[in-house]
Design a protein around this ligand. Sequence first.
Ligand code: C2E
Ligand code: CA
Ligand code: CA
Length: 588
Amino acid sequence: MTATCPSDVAPARATAVTLAVFYACGGLTVLLVAMGADADGIARPALLAVALTAFAVAGTTARWGPRWPQAVFHALVAAGTGLMTTTVLVSSDPVTAVVCASLTGFVAMDAFCFFRLGPAALHLSGAVAAATAALQWRGDVPLVTALAVCTVTVTIGVVTQGLVDLAARAVRDPLTGLTNRRGFDDALHRMIATSGRTGSKLSAALLDLDRFKEINDLEGHAAGDAVLRRVADAWQRALPRDAVLARHGGDEFALLLPGTAGSDALHLVRRLSDLHGDVGVSCGVTELQPADSAAQLMRRADHALYLAKAGGRGRAELDSGHTSELAHDLAAALAEGAVEVHFQPVVDLSTTTVTGVEALARWTHPRLGPVPPDQFVAVAEQNGLIGALGEHVLRTACSALTPLRLAVGGSFGLGVNVSGRELCDPGYPERVRAIVAELGWPASDLVLEVTESLLEAHSSTAVRALHTLRAAGLRVAIDDFGTGYSSLSRLDTLPVDIVKLDHSFIAPIATSPRRAQMLRSIAGMADALGLSLVAEGVEGEDQDAVLRLEGCRYAQGYLYGRPVPLATLLDDVARLRTDALAGSASGG
Ligand code: C2E
Ligand code: CA
Ligand code: CA
Protein backbone atom coordinates (compact mmCIF):
# COMPACT_ATOMS: atom_id res chain seq x y z
CA MET A 1 0.00 0.00 0.00
CA THR A 2 2.71 2.46 0.93
CA ALA A 3 4.34 1.88 -2.45
CA THR A 4 1.39 3.42 -4.25
CA CYS A 5 0.44 6.02 -1.69
CA PRO A 6 1.33 9.43 -3.00
CA SER A 7 0.13 11.30 0.06
CA ASP A 8 3.35 10.42 1.88
CA VAL A 9 5.42 12.26 -0.69
CA ALA A 10 2.99 15.02 -1.67
CA PRO A 11 4.11 17.98 0.39
CA ALA A 12 1.51 20.15 2.11
CA ARG A 13 2.66 23.06 -0.03
CA ALA A 14 1.88 21.28 -3.33
CA THR A 15 -1.47 20.11 -1.95
CA ALA A 16 -2.35 23.64 -0.87
CA VAL A 17 -1.32 25.27 -4.14
CA THR A 18 -3.18 22.73 -6.29
CA LEU A 19 -6.30 22.94 -4.17
CA ALA A 20 -6.19 26.75 -4.34
CA VAL A 21 -5.87 26.63 -8.14
CA PHE A 22 -8.84 24.27 -8.44
CA TYR A 23 -10.94 26.44 -6.13
CA ALA A 24 -10.00 29.56 -8.14
CA CYS A 25 -10.84 27.86 -11.47
CA GLY A 26 -14.08 26.49 -10.02
CA GLY A 27 -14.94 29.99 -8.78
CA LEU A 28 -14.26 31.43 -12.24
CA THR A 29 -16.47 28.80 -13.89
CA VAL A 30 -19.33 29.57 -11.50
CA LEU A 31 -18.81 33.31 -11.99
CA LEU A 32 -19.15 32.92 -15.79
CA VAL A 33 -22.22 30.74 -15.34
CA ALA A 34 -23.70 33.34 -12.96
CA MET A 35 -23.20 36.09 -15.53
CA GLY A 36 -25.19 34.08 -18.07
CA ALA A 37 -27.92 33.20 -15.56
CA ASP A 38 -31.37 34.73 -15.42
CA ALA A 39 -31.02 38.13 -13.68
CA ASP A 40 -34.42 37.95 -11.98
CA GLY A 41 -34.38 34.68 -9.99
CA ILE A 42 -32.28 33.64 -7.04
CA ALA A 43 -29.86 31.78 -9.35
CA ARG A 44 -27.57 34.71 -10.09
CA PRO A 45 -27.03 35.96 -6.48
CA ALA A 46 -26.67 32.37 -5.22
CA LEU A 47 -24.11 31.49 -7.90
CA LEU A 48 -22.21 34.75 -7.26
CA ALA A 49 -22.09 33.89 -3.56
CA VAL A 50 -20.69 30.42 -4.38
CA ALA A 51 -18.08 31.97 -6.74
CA LEU A 52 -16.98 34.47 -4.05
CA THR A 53 -16.77 31.72 -1.44
CA ALA A 54 -14.59 29.67 -3.82
CA PHE A 55 -12.25 32.65 -4.41
CA ALA A 56 -11.98 33.27 -0.66
CA VAL A 57 -11.13 29.60 -0.02
CA ALA A 58 -8.55 29.70 -2.86
CA GLY A 59 -6.82 32.76 -1.37
CA THR A 60 -6.81 31.42 2.18
CA THR A 61 -5.51 28.02 1.12
CA ALA A 62 -2.72 29.47 -1.00
CA ARG A 63 -1.62 31.69 1.89
CA TRP A 64 -1.91 29.40 4.94
CA GLY A 65 -2.57 25.95 3.48
CA PRO A 66 1.05 24.70 3.62
CA ARG A 67 0.79 24.68 7.43
CA TRP A 68 -2.53 22.85 7.66
CA PRO A 69 -2.83 19.21 8.62
CA GLN A 70 -4.17 16.80 6.03
CA ALA A 71 -7.63 16.64 7.70
CA VAL A 72 -8.27 20.25 6.61
CA PHE A 73 -7.68 19.27 2.97
CA HIS A 74 -10.17 16.43 3.30
CA ALA A 75 -12.68 18.94 4.63
CA LEU A 76 -11.98 21.37 1.78
CA VAL A 77 -12.38 18.69 -0.91
CA ALA A 78 -15.68 17.63 0.72
CA ALA A 79 -16.70 21.31 0.82
CA GLY A 80 -15.97 21.44 -2.93
CA THR A 81 -18.58 18.71 -3.41
CA GLY A 82 -21.00 20.70 -1.26
CA LEU A 83 -20.52 23.91 -3.26
CA MET A 84 -20.86 22.03 -6.55
CA THR A 85 -24.14 20.48 -5.35
CA THR A 86 -25.47 23.91 -4.35
CA THR A 87 -24.73 25.35 -7.80
CA VAL A 88 -26.50 22.43 -9.51
CA LEU A 89 -29.55 22.92 -7.33
CA VAL A 90 -29.82 26.73 -7.77
CA SER A 91 -29.06 26.82 -11.51
CA SER A 92 -31.99 28.29 -13.41
CA ASP A 93 -31.69 26.03 -16.47
CA PRO A 94 -30.53 22.44 -17.20
CA VAL A 95 -27.50 23.50 -19.28
CA THR A 96 -26.09 25.60 -16.43
CA ALA A 97 -26.81 22.77 -14.00
CA VAL A 98 -24.86 20.26 -16.13
CA VAL A 99 -21.92 22.67 -16.45
CA CYS A 100 -21.91 23.07 -12.64
CA ALA A 101 -22.12 19.28 -12.16
CA SER A 102 -18.99 18.90 -14.32
CA LEU A 103 -17.03 20.63 -11.51
CA THR A 104 -16.91 17.17 -9.89
CA GLY A 105 -13.89 16.67 -12.20
CA PHE A 106 -11.90 19.03 -9.93
CA VAL A 107 -12.92 17.04 -6.85
CA ALA A 108 -11.77 13.82 -8.56
CA MET A 109 -8.36 15.26 -9.51
CA ASP A 110 -7.74 16.72 -6.06
CA ALA A 111 -8.72 13.55 -4.25
CA PHE A 112 -6.49 11.23 -6.29
CA CYS A 113 -3.55 13.63 -6.35
CA PHE A 114 -3.29 13.94 -2.61
CA PHE A 115 -5.08 11.19 -0.70
CA ARG A 116 -4.63 7.46 -0.37
CA LEU A 117 -6.64 5.29 -2.72
CA GLY A 118 -9.40 4.52 -0.16
CA PRO A 119 -10.22 8.07 0.97
CA ALA A 120 -9.84 9.33 -2.62
CA ALA A 121 -12.38 6.78 -3.87
CA LEU A 122 -14.76 7.88 -1.07
CA HIS A 123 -14.48 11.52 -2.15
CA LEU A 124 -15.09 10.51 -5.77
CA SER A 125 -18.15 8.39 -4.90
CA GLY A 126 -19.56 11.18 -2.74
CA ALA A 127 -19.12 13.78 -5.50
CA VAL A 128 -20.61 11.54 -8.20
CA ALA A 129 -23.57 10.54 -6.02
CA ALA A 130 -24.24 14.16 -4.99
CA ALA A 131 -24.08 15.41 -8.60
CA THR A 132 -26.40 12.67 -9.86
CA ALA A 133 -28.88 13.17 -7.02
CA ALA A 134 -28.93 16.96 -7.46
CA LEU A 135 -29.42 16.70 -11.23
CA GLN A 136 -32.25 14.18 -10.74
CA TRP A 137 -33.85 16.24 -7.97
CA ARG A 138 -34.16 19.16 -10.43
CA GLY A 139 -36.27 16.99 -12.73
CA ASP A 140 -35.18 18.77 -15.94
CA VAL A 141 -31.99 16.79 -16.66
CA PRO A 142 -32.33 13.27 -18.14
CA LEU A 143 -30.73 10.46 -16.12
CA VAL A 144 -28.48 9.50 -19.06
CA THR A 145 -27.05 13.05 -19.13
CA ALA A 146 -26.32 12.84 -15.40
CA LEU A 147 -24.64 9.45 -15.99
CA ALA A 148 -22.55 10.94 -18.83
CA VAL A 149 -21.24 13.63 -16.45
CA CYS A 150 -20.42 10.92 -13.89
CA THR A 151 -18.57 8.85 -16.52
CA VAL A 152 -16.32 11.82 -17.33
CA THR A 153 -15.66 12.43 -13.62
CA VAL A 154 -14.81 8.79 -12.88
CA THR A 155 -12.49 8.69 -15.92
CA ILE A 156 -10.69 11.81 -14.69
CA GLY A 157 -10.27 10.16 -11.26
CA VAL A 158 -8.91 6.88 -12.67
CA VAL A 159 -6.47 8.59 -15.04
CA THR A 160 -5.24 10.92 -12.28
CA GLN A 161 -4.67 7.92 -10.01
CA GLY A 162 -2.67 6.19 -12.78
CA LEU A 163 -0.49 9.24 -13.43
CA VAL A 164 0.11 9.87 -9.73
CA ASP A 165 1.05 6.21 -9.26
CA LEU A 166 3.52 6.46 -12.13
CA ALA A 167 5.09 9.61 -10.69
CA ALA A 168 5.28 8.04 -7.22
CA ARG A 169 7.07 4.98 -8.61
CA ALA A 170 9.94 7.16 -9.87
CA VAL A 171 10.72 8.19 -6.29
CA ARG A 172 10.08 4.79 -4.64
CA ASP A 173 12.41 1.92 -3.91
CA PRO A 174 10.57 -1.12 -5.29
CA LEU A 175 11.94 -3.55 -2.68
CA THR A 176 11.05 -1.70 0.51
CA GLY A 177 8.40 0.72 -0.76
CA LEU A 178 10.38 3.53 0.86
CA THR A 179 11.33 6.75 -0.87
CA ASN A 180 14.43 6.27 -3.02
CA ARG A 181 17.49 8.52 -3.19
CA ARG A 182 15.84 10.85 -5.69
CA GLY A 183 12.72 11.24 -3.56
CA PHE A 184 14.93 11.76 -0.53
CA ASP A 185 16.88 14.54 -2.25
CA ASP A 186 13.64 16.28 -3.23
CA ALA A 187 12.35 16.05 0.34
CA LEU A 188 15.71 17.24 1.70
CA HIS A 189 15.76 20.38 -0.45
CA ARG A 190 12.14 21.09 0.39
CA MET A 191 12.70 20.71 4.13
CA ILE A 192 15.85 22.85 4.11
CA ALA A 193 13.88 25.59 2.32
CA THR A 194 11.10 25.32 4.91
CA SER A 195 13.60 25.49 7.78
CA GLY A 196 15.17 28.56 6.17
CA ARG A 197 11.75 30.23 5.98
CA THR A 198 10.35 29.23 9.35
CA GLY A 199 13.51 28.75 11.43
CA SER A 200 12.35 25.27 12.46
CA LYS A 201 14.88 22.55 13.27
CA LEU A 202 15.79 19.72 10.94
CA SER A 203 17.92 16.65 11.60
CA ALA A 204 19.28 14.09 9.17
CA ALA A 205 20.58 10.59 9.84
CA LEU A 206 22.25 7.81 7.88
CA LEU A 207 21.67 4.27 9.11
CA ASP A 208 23.83 1.42 7.89
CA LEU A 209 23.18 -2.27 8.56
CA ASP A 210 26.36 -3.80 10.02
CA ARG A 211 25.84 -7.47 9.25
CA PHE A 212 24.03 -7.14 5.93
CA LYS A 213 26.86 -8.33 3.69
CA GLU A 214 27.32 -11.35 5.91
CA ILE A 215 23.62 -12.21 5.71
CA ASN A 216 23.67 -11.81 1.92
CA ASP A 217 26.79 -13.97 1.56
CA LEU A 218 25.80 -16.71 4.00
CA GLU A 219 22.03 -16.87 3.65
CA GLY A 220 21.50 -15.64 0.09
CA HIS A 221 19.98 -12.59 -1.51
CA ALA A 222 16.38 -13.55 -0.74
CA ALA A 223 17.23 -13.53 2.99
CA GLY A 224 19.01 -10.18 2.52
CA ASP A 225 15.94 -8.71 0.79
CA ALA A 226 13.70 -9.98 3.57
CA VAL A 227 15.89 -8.27 6.17
CA LEU A 228 15.75 -4.98 4.27
CA ARG A 229 11.96 -5.18 4.03
CA ARG A 230 11.58 -6.10 7.71
CA VAL A 231 13.83 -3.26 8.87
CA ALA A 232 12.18 -0.70 6.56
CA ASP A 233 8.74 -1.73 7.69
CA ALA A 234 9.48 -1.62 11.41
CA TRP A 235 11.27 1.72 11.21
CA GLN A 236 8.56 3.29 9.07
CA ARG A 237 5.97 2.34 11.67
CA ALA A 238 8.05 3.67 14.56
CA LEU A 239 8.66 7.08 12.98
CA PRO A 240 6.63 10.28 13.30
CA ARG A 241 4.32 10.95 10.36
CA ASP A 242 6.30 13.86 8.90
CA ALA A 243 9.63 11.97 8.94
CA VAL A 244 11.03 10.85 5.59
CA LEU A 245 12.75 7.46 5.59
CA ALA A 246 14.54 6.52 2.38
CA ARG A 247 16.58 3.60 1.10
CA HIS A 248 19.75 5.42 0.17
CA GLY A 249 21.71 2.55 -1.32
CA GLY A 250 22.28 -1.19 -0.75
CA ASP A 251 21.98 -1.49 3.02
CA GLU A 252 22.04 2.21 3.84
CA PHE A 253 18.96 4.14 4.90
CA ALA A 254 18.59 7.91 5.20
CA LEU A 255 16.23 9.71 7.50
CA LEU A 256 14.94 13.28 7.70
CA LEU A 257 13.34 14.50 10.90
CA PRO A 258 11.72 17.92 10.51
CA GLY A 259 11.21 19.87 13.71
CA THR A 260 13.70 17.65 15.59
CA ALA A 261 16.94 18.75 17.27
CA GLY A 262 20.12 16.68 16.80
CA SER A 263 20.13 15.26 20.34
CA ASP A 264 16.48 14.12 20.03
CA ALA A 265 17.24 12.63 16.62
CA LEU A 266 20.12 10.70 18.20
CA HIS A 267 17.76 9.21 20.81
CA LEU A 268 15.28 8.33 18.12
CA VAL A 269 17.78 6.48 15.88
CA ARG A 270 19.10 4.63 18.93
CA ARG A 271 15.55 3.43 19.55
CA LEU A 272 15.27 2.42 15.89
CA SER A 273 18.49 0.40 15.98
CA ASP A 274 17.36 -1.34 19.18
CA LEU A 275 14.45 -2.75 17.15
CA HIS A 276 16.96 -4.93 15.25
CA GLY A 277 19.50 -6.29 17.66
CA ASP A 278 20.17 -9.27 15.37
CA VAL A 279 21.23 -7.15 12.37
CA GLY A 280 23.24 -4.39 14.06
CA VAL A 281 22.97 -0.81 12.88
CA SER A 282 25.51 2.02 12.76
CA CYS A 283 24.03 5.52 12.63
CA GLY A 284 25.37 8.99 11.91
CA VAL A 285 23.19 11.91 12.96
CA THR A 286 23.48 15.62 12.42
CA GLU A 287 21.38 18.76 12.74
CA LEU A 288 20.95 21.45 10.11
CA GLN A 289 23.06 24.54 10.86
CA PRO A 290 22.19 28.01 9.53
CA ALA A 291 23.31 28.41 5.90
CA ASP A 292 23.99 24.67 5.53
CA SER A 293 23.50 23.28 2.03
CA ALA A 294 21.93 19.87 1.47
CA ALA A 295 25.36 18.49 0.53
CA GLN A 296 27.00 19.88 3.70
CA LEU A 297 24.30 18.45 5.92
CA MET A 298 24.58 14.98 4.38
CA ARG A 299 28.38 15.09 4.43
CA ARG A 300 28.23 15.64 8.17
CA ALA A 301 25.76 12.79 8.61
CA ASP A 302 28.14 10.62 6.56
CA HIS A 303 31.05 11.73 8.70
CA ALA A 304 29.15 10.86 11.87
CA LEU A 305 28.42 7.44 10.35
CA TYR A 306 32.13 6.94 9.73
CA LEU A 307 32.82 7.72 13.37
CA ALA A 308 30.10 5.32 14.48
CA LYS A 309 31.70 2.55 12.44
CA ALA A 310 35.22 3.48 13.51
CA GLY A 311 34.07 3.36 17.11
CA GLY A 312 33.20 -0.30 16.71
CA ARG A 313 29.88 -0.46 14.81
CA GLY A 314 26.46 -0.87 16.34
CA ARG A 315 26.77 2.74 17.55
CA ALA A 316 25.08 6.03 16.82
CA GLU A 317 27.16 9.21 16.68
CA LEU A 318 26.03 12.82 16.54
CA ASP A 319 28.07 15.30 14.53
CA SER A 320 27.25 18.58 16.19
CA GLY A 321 28.52 20.56 13.23
CA HIS A 322 31.70 21.36 15.11
CA THR A 323 35.00 19.50 14.89
CA SER A 324 34.47 15.97 16.14
CA GLU A 325 36.38 14.29 18.92
CA LEU A 326 38.08 11.90 16.49
CA ALA A 327 39.25 14.79 14.31
CA HIS A 328 40.54 16.54 17.43
CA ASP A 329 42.49 13.44 18.46
CA LEU A 330 43.84 12.93 14.93
CA ALA A 331 45.05 16.54 14.86
CA ALA A 332 46.82 15.94 18.19
CA ALA A 333 48.37 12.70 16.90
CA LEU A 334 49.67 14.47 13.80
CA ALA A 335 51.10 17.27 15.88
CA GLU A 336 52.90 14.76 18.14
CA GLY A 337 54.07 12.66 15.19
CA ALA A 338 52.04 9.74 16.55
CA VAL A 339 50.71 8.74 13.14
CA GLU A 340 53.01 5.98 11.93
CA VAL A 341 54.02 5.10 8.40
CA HIS A 342 54.24 1.49 7.31
CA PHE A 343 55.77 0.25 4.08
CA GLN A 344 54.67 -2.48 1.74
CA PRO A 345 57.19 -3.78 -0.81
CA VAL A 346 56.55 -3.57 -4.54
CA VAL A 347 58.30 -6.43 -6.32
CA ASP A 348 59.76 -6.64 -9.84
CA LEU A 349 58.58 -10.07 -10.96
CA SER A 350 61.29 -10.37 -13.61
CA THR A 351 63.98 -10.38 -10.91
CA THR A 352 61.87 -10.99 -7.76
CA THR A 353 63.55 -8.06 -6.06
CA VAL A 354 62.00 -5.14 -4.22
CA THR A 355 61.96 -2.12 -6.56
CA GLY A 356 60.09 0.18 -4.23
CA VAL A 357 57.47 0.50 -1.52
CA GLU A 358 54.07 1.99 -0.89
CA ALA A 359 53.80 4.15 2.23
CA LEU A 360 50.60 3.55 4.21
CA ALA A 361 49.55 5.61 7.21
CA ARG A 362 48.71 3.85 10.51
CA TRP A 363 47.04 5.39 13.53
CA THR A 364 46.34 3.80 16.87
CA HIS A 365 43.81 5.86 18.82
CA PRO A 366 44.61 5.98 22.56
CA ARG A 367 41.11 4.75 23.49
CA LEU A 368 39.63 3.19 20.32
CA GLY A 369 42.75 1.24 19.29
CA PRO A 370 43.84 0.97 15.63
CA VAL A 371 41.61 3.05 13.33
CA PRO A 372 41.39 1.74 9.73
CA PRO A 373 43.12 4.12 7.27
CA ASP A 374 39.99 4.46 5.11
CA GLN A 375 38.25 5.95 8.11
CA PHE A 376 40.86 8.32 9.50
CA VAL A 377 41.71 9.49 5.98
CA ALA A 378 38.03 10.44 5.62
CA VAL A 379 38.08 12.23 8.99
CA ALA A 380 41.23 14.08 7.88
CA GLU A 381 39.57 15.06 4.59
CA GLN A 382 36.46 16.37 6.29
CA ASN A 383 38.27 18.35 8.96
CA GLY A 384 40.99 20.07 7.00
CA LEU A 385 43.72 17.70 8.23
CA ILE A 386 44.46 15.87 4.98
CA GLY A 387 47.23 18.26 3.96
CA ALA A 388 48.99 17.70 7.30
CA LEU A 389 48.52 13.92 7.06
CA GLY A 390 49.84 13.75 3.48
CA GLU A 391 52.85 15.91 4.34
CA HIS A 392 53.60 13.88 7.47
CA VAL A 393 53.54 10.61 5.51
CA LEU A 394 55.69 12.02 2.71
CA ARG A 395 58.31 13.49 5.05
CA THR A 396 58.44 10.46 7.31
CA ALA A 397 58.72 8.07 4.36
CA CYS A 398 61.44 10.01 2.52
CA SER A 399 63.54 10.42 5.69
CA ALA A 400 63.12 6.83 6.84
CA LEU A 401 63.80 5.26 3.45
CA THR A 402 66.84 7.28 2.36
CA PRO A 403 69.40 4.81 3.81
CA LEU A 404 67.61 1.88 2.12
CA ARG A 405 67.40 3.74 -1.19
CA LEU A 406 71.12 4.46 -1.07
CA ALA A 407 71.91 0.86 -0.12
CA VAL A 408 69.82 -0.52 -2.99
CA GLY A 409 71.51 1.87 -5.46
CA GLY A 410 69.72 2.84 -8.67
CA SER A 411 66.09 3.78 -8.62
CA PHE A 412 63.83 2.96 -5.67
CA GLY A 413 60.17 3.95 -6.01
CA LEU A 414 58.23 5.38 -3.09
CA GLY A 415 54.46 5.40 -3.58
CA VAL A 416 52.36 7.78 -1.48
CA ASN A 417 48.58 8.00 -1.60
CA VAL A 418 47.14 11.39 -2.49
CA SER A 419 43.64 12.46 -1.61
CA GLY A 420 41.43 14.55 -3.90
CA ARG A 421 41.36 17.39 -1.39
CA GLU A 422 45.15 17.60 -1.46
CA LEU A 423 45.38 17.66 -5.25
CA CYS A 424 42.82 20.44 -5.46
CA ASP A 425 44.87 22.67 -3.17
CA PRO A 426 46.66 25.02 -5.59
CA GLY A 427 49.80 25.02 -3.38
CA TYR A 428 50.13 21.21 -3.38
CA PRO A 429 52.51 20.66 -6.35
CA GLU A 430 54.96 23.28 -5.09
CA ARG A 431 54.87 21.90 -1.52
CA VAL A 432 55.65 18.37 -2.68
CA ARG A 433 58.50 19.60 -4.87
CA ALA A 434 59.95 21.57 -1.96
CA ILE A 435 59.75 18.60 0.45
CA VAL A 436 61.53 16.16 -1.85
CA ALA A 437 64.16 18.79 -2.64
CA GLU A 438 64.70 19.48 1.07
CA LEU A 439 65.03 15.78 1.96
CA GLY A 440 67.15 14.95 -1.08
CA TRP A 441 64.69 12.39 -2.44
CA PRO A 442 64.95 12.12 -6.27
CA ALA A 443 61.71 13.40 -7.86
CA SER A 444 61.66 10.48 -10.30
CA ASP A 445 61.61 8.04 -7.35
CA LEU A 446 58.37 9.47 -5.97
CA VAL A 447 55.10 8.01 -7.20
CA LEU A 448 51.84 9.80 -6.38
CA GLU A 449 48.98 7.30 -6.21
CA VAL A 450 45.62 8.74 -7.16
CA THR A 451 42.35 6.99 -7.89
CA GLU A 452 40.59 7.43 -11.19
CA SER A 453 37.32 8.38 -9.50
CA LEU A 454 39.18 11.20 -7.77
CA LEU A 455 40.32 12.52 -11.13
CA GLU A 456 36.78 12.28 -12.48
CA ALA A 457 35.39 14.11 -9.48
CA HIS A 458 37.87 16.94 -9.39
CA SER A 459 38.72 16.88 -13.03
CA SER A 460 40.37 20.04 -14.23
CA THR A 461 42.24 21.24 -11.10
CA ALA A 462 43.46 17.78 -10.17
CA VAL A 463 44.58 16.92 -13.67
CA ARG A 464 46.40 20.24 -13.96
CA ALA A 465 48.22 19.54 -10.65
CA LEU A 466 49.31 16.15 -11.97
CA HIS A 467 50.68 17.74 -15.14
CA THR A 468 52.70 20.20 -13.02
CA LEU A 469 54.06 17.43 -10.82
CA ARG A 470 55.04 15.26 -13.77
CA ALA A 471 56.76 18.21 -15.37
CA ALA A 472 58.81 18.41 -12.14
CA GLY A 473 59.89 14.77 -12.71
CA LEU A 474 57.51 12.91 -10.36
CA ARG A 475 55.59 9.86 -11.49
CA VAL A 476 51.83 9.32 -11.21
CA ALA A 477 50.04 6.02 -10.61
CA ILE A 478 46.34 5.32 -11.16
CA ASP A 479 45.37 3.44 -8.01
CA ASP A 480 42.63 0.82 -7.61
CA PHE A 481 42.32 0.40 -11.38
CA GLY A 482 39.58 -2.06 -12.32
CA THR A 483 37.09 -0.83 -9.72
CA GLY A 484 34.29 1.62 -10.31
CA TYR A 485 34.26 3.20 -13.74
CA SER A 486 37.84 2.57 -14.79
CA SER A 487 37.92 3.11 -18.48
CA LEU A 488 40.73 2.04 -20.73
CA SER A 489 40.32 5.07 -22.99
CA ARG A 490 41.04 7.41 -20.06
CA LEU A 491 44.50 5.85 -19.70
CA ASP A 492 45.40 7.42 -23.00
CA THR A 493 44.47 10.95 -21.89
CA LEU A 494 45.34 11.06 -18.17
CA PRO A 495 48.81 12.17 -17.11
CA VAL A 496 49.93 8.79 -15.71
CA ASP A 497 52.99 6.53 -15.73
CA ILE A 498 51.82 3.54 -13.71
CA VAL A 499 48.59 1.55 -13.45
CA LYS A 500 47.88 -0.31 -10.21
CA LEU A 501 45.37 -3.12 -10.75
CA ASP A 502 43.04 -3.34 -7.77
CA HIS A 503 43.11 -6.50 -5.65
CA SER A 504 39.48 -7.23 -6.52
CA PHE A 505 40.57 -7.52 -10.15
CA ILE A 506 43.57 -9.67 -9.27
CA ALA A 507 41.81 -12.02 -6.81
CA PRO A 508 40.24 -14.37 -9.45
CA ILE A 509 43.09 -14.43 -12.00
CA ALA A 510 44.24 -17.93 -10.99
CA THR A 511 40.73 -19.40 -11.09
CA SER A 512 39.11 -17.54 -14.00
CA PRO A 513 40.68 -18.02 -17.47
CA ARG A 514 38.69 -15.03 -18.74
CA ARG A 515 40.17 -12.80 -16.04
CA ALA A 516 43.65 -14.07 -16.93
CA GLN A 517 42.91 -13.25 -20.57
CA MET A 518 41.81 -9.73 -19.58
CA LEU A 519 45.02 -9.35 -17.60
CA ARG A 520 47.03 -10.29 -20.70
CA SER A 521 45.17 -7.67 -22.77
CA ILE A 522 45.68 -4.96 -20.16
CA ALA A 523 49.37 -5.86 -19.85
CA GLY A 524 49.71 -5.62 -23.64
CA MET A 525 47.97 -2.30 -23.74
CA ALA A 526 49.93 -0.85 -20.81
CA ASP A 527 53.05 -1.90 -22.66
CA ALA A 528 51.89 -0.21 -25.87
CA LEU A 529 51.14 3.00 -23.96
CA GLY A 530 54.49 2.90 -22.15
CA LEU A 531 52.84 2.44 -18.73
CA SER A 532 54.14 0.22 -15.93
CA LEU A 533 51.63 -2.28 -14.57
CA VAL A 534 51.48 -3.20 -10.88
CA ALA A 535 49.20 -5.96 -9.54
CA GLU A 536 47.87 -5.23 -6.05
CA GLY A 537 46.72 -7.62 -3.35
CA VAL A 538 48.66 -10.67 -4.56
CA GLU A 539 48.23 -13.30 -1.88
CA GLY A 540 48.90 -16.67 -3.55
CA GLU A 541 51.69 -18.42 -5.46
CA ASP A 542 49.15 -19.34 -8.16
CA GLN A 543 48.34 -15.64 -8.74
CA ASP A 544 52.05 -14.86 -8.86
CA ALA A 545 52.50 -17.54 -11.55
CA VAL A 546 49.65 -16.16 -13.69
CA LEU A 547 51.04 -12.60 -13.38
CA ARG A 548 54.44 -13.73 -14.63
CA LEU A 549 52.86 -15.75 -17.45
CA GLU A 550 50.60 -12.90 -18.63
CA GLY A 551 53.30 -10.28 -18.65
CA CYS A 552 52.55 -8.18 -15.57
CA ARG A 553 55.92 -6.82 -14.49
CA TYR A 554 55.31 -5.54 -10.93
CA ALA A 555 53.35 -6.86 -7.98
CA GLN A 556 52.44 -6.00 -4.41
CA GLY A 557 50.62 -8.04 -1.79
CA TYR A 558 50.78 -10.17 1.32
CA LEU A 559 52.64 -12.86 -0.65
CA TYR A 560 55.71 -10.64 -0.87
CA GLY A 561 55.20 -8.62 2.28
CA ARG A 562 52.52 -6.92 4.37
CA PRO A 563 52.63 -3.22 5.19
CA VAL A 564 55.17 -3.15 8.05
CA PRO A 565 57.33 -0.68 10.03
CA LEU A 566 60.73 0.13 8.51
CA ALA A 567 62.72 -2.40 10.60
CA THR A 568 60.56 -5.31 9.43
CA LEU A 569 60.65 -4.00 5.86
CA LEU A 570 64.44 -4.32 5.87
CA ASP A 571 64.10 -8.00 6.85
CA ASP A 572 61.55 -8.55 4.06
CA VAL A 573 63.83 -6.93 1.49
CA ALA A 574 66.72 -9.15 2.59
CA ARG A 575 64.52 -12.28 2.55
CA LEU A 576 63.25 -11.56 -0.97
CA ARG A 577 66.78 -10.93 -2.17
CA THR A 578 67.93 -14.31 -0.73
CA ASP A 579 64.92 -16.06 -2.29
CA ALA A 580 65.71 -14.47 -5.66
CA LEU A 581 69.35 -15.50 -5.47
CA ALA A 582 68.37 -19.04 -4.47
CA GLY A 583 65.85 -19.11 -7.33
CA SER A 584 68.34 -18.00 -9.94
CA ALA A 585 70.99 -20.41 -8.58
CA SER A 586 68.63 -23.41 -8.73
CA GLY A 587 67.23 -22.25 -12.10
CA GLY A 588 70.67 -22.34 -13.76
P1 C2E B 1 45.30 1.57 -1.20
O1 C2E B 1 46.06 2.73 -1.70
O2 C2E B 1 44.59 0.75 -2.23
O3 C2E B 1 46.27 0.68 -0.36
C1 C2E B 1 46.39 -0.70 -0.49
C2 C2E B 1 45.61 -1.39 0.57
O4 C2E B 1 45.61 -2.79 0.32
C3 C2E B 1 46.22 -1.22 1.95
O5 C2E B 1 45.15 -1.12 2.87
C4 C2E B 1 46.98 -2.54 2.15
O6 C2E B 1 47.16 -2.85 3.50
C5 C2E B 1 46.05 -3.51 1.46
N1 C2E B 1 46.74 -4.70 0.98
C6 C2E B 1 48.00 -4.82 0.56
N2 C2E B 1 48.27 -6.08 0.16
C7 C2E B 1 47.15 -6.80 0.32
C8 C2E B 1 46.80 -8.18 0.07
O7 C2E B 1 47.60 -9.00 -0.39
N3 C2E B 1 45.51 -8.53 0.34
C9 C2E B 1 44.62 -7.64 0.85
N4 C2E B 1 43.39 -8.09 1.11
N5 C2E B 1 44.91 -6.34 1.09
C10 C2E B 1 46.17 -5.93 0.83
P2 C2E B 1 45.17 -0.06 4.05
O8 C2E B 1 46.53 0.09 4.60
O9 C2E B 1 44.05 -0.46 4.95
O10 C2E B 1 44.81 1.29 3.33
C11 C2E B 1 43.56 1.52 2.82
C12 C2E B 1 43.51 2.76 2.01
O11 C2E B 1 43.70 3.93 2.80
C13 C2E B 1 44.61 2.82 0.97
O12 C2E B 1 44.20 2.04 -0.14
C14 C2E B 1 44.67 4.29 0.68
O13 C2E B 1 43.71 4.66 -0.27
C15 C2E B 1 44.31 4.91 2.01
N6 C2E B 1 45.52 5.42 2.66
C16 C2E B 1 46.42 4.77 3.44
N7 C2E B 1 47.41 5.60 3.84
C17 C2E B 1 47.12 6.82 3.29
C18 C2E B 1 47.75 8.10 3.33
O14 C2E B 1 48.82 8.30 3.91
N8 C2E B 1 47.16 9.11 2.64
C19 C2E B 1 46.00 8.92 1.93
N9 C2E B 1 45.47 9.96 1.27
N10 C2E B 1 45.38 7.72 1.87
C20 C2E B 1 45.95 6.69 2.54
CA1 CA C 1 47.63 3.08 -2.99
CA1 CA D 1 45.06 0.37 -4.29
